[in-house]
Design a protein around this ligand. Structure first.
Ligand code: 6GU
Length: 262
């Protein structure tokens, strides 16, 4: 069973979000165990203060190291950061971290260690937590969140759905988006005609060779338009470059034609 611990000053943040969907199912099936810890319970400060003014000056407050260290010792039953790091993957959530991706989700879903997510507020955590306690630092994207809590939730969701037995159709999980550096194709369902907006005709044809080709074309063109970074990786493979050339030639010719008629 995967053991997940969350260190936060806002335990209530996780109340509803862990009680629905895949995370709820993973808990019910005992595939995952999740514990929320209040950092304020792990301070020796008489007023339960968990932050203080930054050395060197500047605006905002910085979270003190003590609650993070004490909590990790408590969870792992250890007394030194080295021992704690050996028993747990200690993940510090920070916009200064390495960008989270599907490969990291897969790696974390397979770990034998406990996972500890350290959530700090945006202004910052004393750097000694990053340097001497955490085993890795993760960011979920180039934007600013008020704290690490939403990021922890994002990462936990991505991990939990990869555990065999959580999602009903494991095969569908295995061959999803990003494993091939292409966006997924779009889906349609009934009705065929909704307020005059129609489902692409090919999908109703019953011709699976045509349908597969249509879907691959949508994946390639949408990735080219929306995610040049992924597209660049996709065409690193020679056979993919050939496929992309074929679909994009038609697409680019079409958009040229449209430009001329506009
Ligand atoms: Cl992990 N934390 C915060 N505070 N902001 C973020 C983030 C994390 N990832 C992206 N923005």
């Amino acid at each position: 069973m995967l053991e997940i611990h969350i260190a936060t000053i806002f335990p209530e943040f996780f109340n509803s979000s862990l009680r629905v969907g895949n995370i709820k199912r993973s808990l019910e099936k005992n595939l995952v165990h999740i514990e929320i810890h209040n950092l304020r319970d792990f301070t020796s400060d008489p007023h339960k203060k968990v932050d203080d003014k930054p050395y060197g000056g500047g605006s905002g407050m910085v979270m003190t190291p003590e609650p993070f260290f004490k909590l990790c010792f408590h969870i792992t039953g250890t007394e030194t950061p080295e021992d704690a790091r050996n028993l747990a993957e200690i993940i510090l959530l920070t916009p200064r971290g390495k960008l989270f991706d599907q490969a990291t989700a897969e790696e974390l879903s397979k770990t034998k260690k406990k996972l500890i997510f350290l959530c700090g507020r945006y202004e910052g955590i004393d750097e000694r937590v990053a340097e001497y306690l955490s085993t890795r630092q993760i960011s979920i994207g180039d934007y600013v969140l008020s704290g690490g809590e939403p990021a922890a939730l994002v990462i936990i969701d991505a991990i939990v759905r990869l555990i065999p037995g959580v999602v009903g159709d494991y095969e569908s999980v295995e061959k999803e988006s990003f494993s091939e550096n292409l966006l997924e194709y779009p889906q349609y369902t009934r009705p065929e005609n909704f307020m005059g907006y129609k489902v692409p005709k090919i999908l109703l044809s019953g011709n699976h060779r045509l349908i597969d080709a249509y879907r691959l074309e949508r994946r390639i063109i949408d990735t080219y338009n929306r995610r040049p970074d992924l597209f660049e990786k996709f065409i690193q493979k020679k056979e993919n470059l050939d496929i992309a050339r074929r679909f994009l030639r038609n697409f680019l010719l079409d958009s040229e034609k449209n430009d001329q008629t506009r």
